[in-house]
Design a binder for this molecule. Structure first.
Ligand SMILES: [Zn+2]
Length: 136
């Protein structure tokens, strides 16, 4: 390995023997906003959009990764851009699924007495037929 500061050969040392610069110093640190993470979270977010909340979480993580990536490098790679597109699609679909679930719950709660009555009637019908045949 070559020292990024003075150009001396570091070898397997963790610090440069010439100037003392750490071997892994420089712009090689990719702890934040990797394009692979953007892509992976984008795919998971889109795949889980039917779950609503999970799809939303993963899509948001994907978008956060994408914006971090752009903040870090000033531009966005093709891979990260695809991941960002998937994350946006996952985010929109997740929100739509969440809205659909909320509407389902509201409809269910608002119509619960009627639904309960229908269930009781169905149970009474099958129960009534059973006792009818049993009695004969
Ligand atoms: Zn050096």
């Amino acid at each position: 390995m070559i020292c990024k500061k003075c150009g001396a050969d570091i070898g397997e040392n963790r610090f440069c023997p010439q100037c003392g610069t750490p071997a892994n110093a420089g712009p090689a640190q990719q702890t934040q906003g990797s394009p692979t993470k953007v892509l992976v979270f984008g795919i998971i977010g889109l795949a889980l959009c039917s779950t609503g909340i999970l799809g939303l979480i993963f899509s948001v993580i994907g978008l956060v990764q994408a914006s971090r990536y752009r903040a870090q490098y000033g531009t966005i790679s093709k891979q990260a851009n695809i991941g960002r597109g998937l994350a946006i699609a996952g985010l929109i679909l997740s929100i739509l699924c969440l809205i659909a679930y909320v509407i389902c719950v509201i409809v269910l709660i608002n119509n619960w007495p009627a639904i309960e009555r229908a269930l009781q009637e169905a149970a009474a019908k099958s129960g009534g037929r059973y006792t009818y045949t049993f009695n004969y």
